[in-house]
Design a protein around this ligand. Sequence first.
Ligand SMILES: N[C@@H](CCC(=O)N[C@@H](CSC=O)C(=O)NCC(=O)O)C(=O)O
Length: 279
Amino acid sequence: MPVFEELSKSTSFGGRQLTLSHDSTSTGTRMKLSVYVPPAAERAPVPCVFWLSGLTCTEENFTVKAGAQRMASELGLIVVAPDTSPRGEGVANDDAYDLGQGAGFYVDATAAPWTPHFKMYSYVTEELPALIREAFPVRPGALGVMGHSMGGHGALTVAMRNPELFKSVSAFSPIVAPSQVPWGQKAFTAYLGEDQAAWKAHDACELVRERGFPTQILVDQGDADGFLEEQLQTWRLVDACKEAGQSAKIRMQPGYDHSYFFIATFIDDHLRHHARILG
Ligand SMILES: N[C@@H](CCC(=O)N[C@@H](CSC=O)C(=O)NCC(=O)O)C(=O)O
């Protein structure tokens, strides 16, 4: 594991829960991530799933709150959770929680002052997959991606743009149409500029209509989620999948909100979805 510095290591369900850091060539900063390595990976290469977190998160939120380790151990899945943006003193930031550090939106920024470091699209689609394959026994061709909220947007969009890399995709409470809602409009204006044509390449509903995804998309959304009406607008994805003939299981879950309590309730279903497709 030469490229990664090991910051912490704990045994969990017979596997290893690691916190790592490395110098990223994409962001030009030190990046942190967490990696769960199941016991099966000590014997043979196994599938791997990336988790992309939401606004304000680091690599830690999912790792300590989702309770994914038990099922990842049982199914034999490596699970990788990167930080949500570059960070540090020389890195642009904003006082608001939904822009800047902790809010990278999984795009490569083309506008000042974000462009030198905010390259989360390249990070999660190029650099990180290569580094993970080098350091861990990932079965070739068996990589999936899932995420929450901003990270649900990230999972859906990076998967649809890179179906040769990501073979399975799922999301919790995703921002399905960032071009149409305040969180997305604010971030895309800042990172990509005013030209909305550039936004379409990072909008899940646009991508479903334009190209779709080869395997079934799984989405869980709580109907008591305070962000549903204004920011998430799940019905737009339902409509886009129907129009495009995209195979999708989009489940409205009664009584659930936007929190990691919701994610922890259904994370096993998502891990099973990825394990089934990745084989
Ligand atoms: N702090 C904000 C809301 C921030 C929030 O809810 N973040 C979510 C993701 S939202 C979409 O990307 C999250 O995952 N938080 C971390 C956690 O551990 O729960 C506000 O005050 O409204």
